[in-house]
Design a protein around this ligand. Structure first.
Ligand code: SF4
Ligand code: SF4
Length: 693
C-alpha cells in the first residue's frame, strides 16, 4: 500500500508498553529488541548543544524514512538518536512518489523525497513521537531502562521545503507555528492515552516542540531563492536555521575527480546538476550574509553537509520514468567531508555544521570528533539490523573515548584526532596565559580534566581542534579504501527461490530493514491445509467438489506486513534473499475495516477478535466467529464470499458446511482455513504486533 496511514496514539501507547513488558528475551519496542536500546555509556557524557538546546547525544536520523512516522522517531530514539531531523514537509503533500524508491544494498540510492503525509498529519506524528518518548521516560518501565528525562533530552528539528512560495504560504506557516506551539495537539492527543495508562494523561508534555529548522531545497534551487527562504525563516518565524547544501558545491572538476577518479564510481553526475545548483562563491556569499542577519536577530544559523548527489538512473529496480536518482552512503561521505573541510577553511569555526553522509559504525566517532552536530544517518539504518545498527556506533564511540581518556564530547574533540597539543599552541597568547597553557598540556598527558584546565579558553581550544581535526580526517579519507567503489559494489546475494504467502528462509532481515516497522513475525501451527473447493453448478444439482494439492506449513515462524505502514519503498525486497518482495507476497494486514476497504487494489486481511476480512485475487471474503450456531449444535462460524453465505464448524468445515451457495459460486474452504489460521496466529500467538497490540 503506497499510502501511509498513521496509527492513533492510543494504539501506539498500548503496543509500546505491552511489547516492553514481555519476557526478558522478547522484550522490545516496535520490534527493536531491548538489547539494542541505547542506555548511555557509563561515565561518559555524550551531550551536545544544538542551537542552544541540549541533546543527550549527537546522533540523529536524517530527514528521511527514519523520521516520518511517530514510531520511526521512537525507534531512532531507542537506538540512541537525540536530534531528530524530521522528514521534510512541503505544501505539495499529495505527491505520487515513484515506487519502489529505496535501494540501499550497495552505496544507497533513492528516488523519494519529501514527507508523504499531509502537513497536518506530519504535525500530529511529530507530536505523537514526542509524547511517546516522554511517556516512556516517565514510566517505571522506561526508568528501569535508564531512559529517564535526563537521558532523553531531545531536539525536534523541523525540515521544510522546497521554495519560498510554498514555505511562506498559509499551510506550511501553520505547520511551523504548530511545531512552535503544539499545545492544542497535545491536549487533543492526551485524551487518546488508553485508560490502563491513565496516569500518563496528566504528564506535563512538551508543547514548544521546535524552534529550529533545517532547510531542504530542491536540487537546482537558485542561490537567491535559498537566501530568501532562510531570511524568511529567520525573520518571520524567528527560527534557528540550518541550510542543507549540495555536494555539487565542490564543482564539476573536483566532484568528478573524487567520485569517479579517486573512488572509482561509474555513475555520471549530470552537467545540469552543476549548472543549476549554487556555486561555491555564491554559497560563501549568502552564508556570510545570512550569518550576519541571524546574529542581528539573536538567532543561530549554520550549514549542513550534505544533500544527496544526483546521478543518472541506471538501475532496473527504479521506475524507468526516473531519469535521475539520488546517491548516498560511503562515496557521499567523502564528498560531504571534503565540503566540510573547504567550508571550515573559509569560515573557520564561525558557523555550526551538521552532517549527514555515509555515517556508519566506522566513522560516527570521527564525525563527532570534528564537532559536527548533529551527526545524522539514513542509509546505514536501512541495512540489515536497521535502527539497531546504531548500537555499534555507540559501542565504537565508547571504545575510542575510553582509549583516549575522554569523558565527554568536548574532550573527545580535543583528543579524538590527536590534534589537541597543536591546537593548544595555536591559541594566541592573549587568549591563554602561560600557567593555563601548562595546565592544559599537563592535563593532556595525564588524562586530566581538560575543561577545568583550560577554563575560559576551553571553547577557543575546541574551535582550533575542530578545524585541525577536520583537516586531518579529510586528508585521510581519499585514500581510505572502504569508501571506494570496489568495497561497495557487491549487493547481498539472492538464492533464486520465490517467496509465497507462507514460509520462507525466515532470516527475518525484512523486519528491521523497514524504517516504518511494517514487517512483523507471527506463528502458525505446522499443518497440512486441505485445498477443497465446493462449487454449485450453474444449472443446479449437487455441489461439486474439487480437491487440490494441500498447502503444507512446515514452519511455525511466519512473516507478515502491516499494510498501513508500508509505503512500498522496496527496501525489504532488496535485502530479502528470496525473490518477489516480502511486502508484496507476505500476508498483508490492514489496521481497520476502513483501510481494508479503501485500498481495495491490494489483497490482504483485516483481523479482529470476532471477524476476519480477506481479499484473495481481488475478491472479498468474510469470516464471523461464533456468529452462528454451527451445524449440529456446535460453535460455528459464518463464512461469506462472492455468491455464498454458509455456516460451518471450524474443526470440520467440509463435513459441516451448509447455507446459501448461488449457482456458479465457489466456496474455497482453503481460504476459510487460511483466514482462520492467520487470525489465530496474529491474535493469539506469542508476539505483540500492530494487529493484536
Ligand atoms: S521474507 Fe525474505 S527477508 Fe523476510 S524472513 Fe523471509 S526470507 Fe528473510
Ligand atoms: S515493508 Fe518493505 S516496502 Fe514496505 S515500507 Fe517497509 S521496507 Fe518499505
Amino acid at each position: 500500500m503506497a499510502e501511509l496511514v498513521p496509527l492513533p496514539l492510543g494504539r501506539l501507547v498500548s503496543r509500546m508498553f505491552r511489547e516492553l513488558q514481555q519476557g526478558e528475551r522478547e522484550s522490545a519496542i516496535f520490534d527493536l529488541p531491548k538489547a539494542k536500546f541505547f542506555r548511555g555509556l557509563p561515565g561518559r557524557d555524550l551531550s551536545v548543544r544544538f542551537h542552544g538546546h541540549v541533546a543527550s547525544t549527537p546522533l540523529g536520523p536524517a530527514a528521511g524514512p527514519h523520521s516520518q512516522l511517530a514510531q520511526n522517531i521512537v525507534l531512532a530514539f531507542l537506538a540512541g538518536a537525540r536530534v531528530f531531523e524530521l522528514k521534510t514537509v512541503q505544501v505539495m503533500d499529495e505527491l505520487q512518489i515513484p515506487r519502489p524508491c529505496i535501494d540501499a544494498t550497495t552505496v544507497g540510492y533513492n528516488v523519494e523525497w519529501s514527507q508523504e503525509l499531509k502537513l497536518e498529519q506530519s504535525l500530529d506524528e511529530y507530536v505523537k513521537a514526542s509524547m511517546l518518548i516522554e511517556m516512556l521516560a516517565e514510566s517505571e518501565a522506561g526508568k528501569a531502562l535508564g531512559l529517564t528525562r535526563e537521558a532523553a533530552r531531545v531536539v525536534f528539528d523541523m525540515s521544510v521545503g522546497y521554495d519560498l512560495a510554498g514555505i511562506s504560504g498559509p499551510r506550511v506557516r501553520a505547520f511551523i507555528e504548530g511545531m512552535k506551539d503544539c499545545s492544542a495537539v497535545v491536549e487533543r492527543l492526551r485524551k487518546e492515552i488508553p485508560v490502563e495508562h491513565a496516569r500518563l494523561r496528566d504528564l506535563d508534555f512538551t508543547t514548544k516542540l521546535s524552534d529550529t529548522l533545517t532547510l531542504s531545497t530542491f536540487h537546482g534551487c537558485p542561490p537567491e531563492e535559498i537566501e530568501r527562504i532562510v531570511d524568511h525563516l529567520l525573520r518571520v518565524h524567528g527560527l534557528h536555521t540550518i541550510v542543507k547544501l549540495n555536494p555539487t558545491l565542490l564543482g564539476p572538476v573536483e566532484a568528478r575527480r573524487i567520485f569517479n577518479e579517486r573512488l572509482g564510481y561509474a555513475e555520471q553526475i549530470p552537467d545540469e546538476a552543476f549548472e543549476k545548483d549554487a556555486k561555491w562563491s555564491q554559497a560563501v556569499d549568502f552564508v556570510g550574509r545570512l550569518g550576519d542577519t541571524a546574529a542581528s536577530l539573536g538567532r543561530s544559523f549554520g550549514v549542513k553537509f550534505s544533500n544527496t548527489l544526483i546521478v543518472e538512473n541506471h538501475k532496473e529496480f527504479f521506475p524507468k520514468s526516473e531519469k535521475v536518482m539520488y546517491l548516498s552512503g560511503p562515496p557521499l561521505h567523502v564528498l560531504a567531508m571534503s565540503l566540510v573541510g573547504r567550508f571550515r577553511e573559509t569560515f573557520g569555526d564561525r558557523f555550526p555544521v551538521s552532517f549527514s553522509a555515509g555515517i556508519d559504525k566506522g566513522n560516527f566517532a570521527d564525525a563527532v570528533s570534528l564537532g559536527l552536530v548533529p551527526v545524522t544517518v539514513c542509509t546505514d539504518l536501512l541495512r540489515p539490523g536497521g535502527y539497531g545498527r546504531a548500537s555499534y556506533y555507540f559501542a565504537e564511540l565508547g571504545k575510542r573515548l575510553s582509549a583516549a581518556g575522554a569523558r565527554d564530547v568536548g574532550e573527545w574533540i580535543l583528543r579524538g584526532q590527536g590534534q589537541a597539543a597543536a591546537a593548544l599552541q595555536a591559541i594566541p597568547e592573549q587568549g591563554l596565559d602561560d600557567a593555563r597553557r601548562q595546565a592544559c598540556a599537563a592535563a593532556l598527558v595525564d588524562r586530566g580534566d581538560l575543561r577545568a584546565a583550560a577554563g575560559d579558553a576551553f571553547e577557543g581550544w575546541l574551535s582550533e581542534a575542530k578545524l585541525r581535526n577536520t583537516k586531518a580526517y579529510v586528508s585521510r579519507l581519499l585514500d581510505d579504501p572502504r569508501y571506494a567503489n570496489a568495497a561497495n559494489a557487491k549487493a547481498p546475494p539472492k538464492v533464486g527461490s520465490k517467496l509465497w504467502m507462507f514460509e520462507c528462509l525466515t532470516c527475518d532481515k525484512c523486519v528491521p530493514v523497514c524504517p516504518n516497522d511494517a514487517n512483523f513475525t507471527f506463528e502458525m501451527p505446522t499443518a497440512e491445509i486441505p485445498v477443497v473447493k465446493l462449487m454449485a453448478p450453474l444449472h443446479g444439482g449437487p455441489l461439486e467438489r474439487d480437491v487440490g494439492e494441500p498447502i503444507r506449513l512446515q514452519k511455525k515462524h511466519q512473516l507478515a506486513n502491516f499494510a498501513d505502514f508500508c509505503n512500498e519503498c522496496g527496501n525489504c525486497d532488496v535485502f530479502c534473499p528470496e525473490d518477489g518482495g516480502p511486502y508484496v507476497l507476505k500476508p498483508r494486514f490492514f489496521s481497520s475495516e476502513e483501510t481494508f476497504a479503501r485500498f481495495s487494489a491490494h489483497d490482504g486481511f483485516f483481523v479482529a477478535c470476532d471477524r476476519v476480512l480477506a481479499r484473495f485475487e481481488g475478491k472479498a471474503y468474510r469470516v464471523d466467529v461464533d456468529a452462528a450456531t454451527g451445524p449440529g449444535g456446535g460453535e460455528g462460524v459464518k463464512f461469506t464470499g462472492p455468491g455464498f453465505e454458509v455456516r460451518l464448524l471450524a474443526l470440520d468445515p467440509e463435513g459441516s458446511v451448509e447455507g446459501r451457495i448461488d449457482p456458479g459460486a465457489c466456496v474455497d474452504l482453503a481460504y476459510f482455513r487460511i483466514m482462520d489460521g492467520v487470525r489465530k496466529g496474529v491474535m493469539d500467538g506469542p508476539g505483540v504486533n500492530y494487529v493484536n497490540g
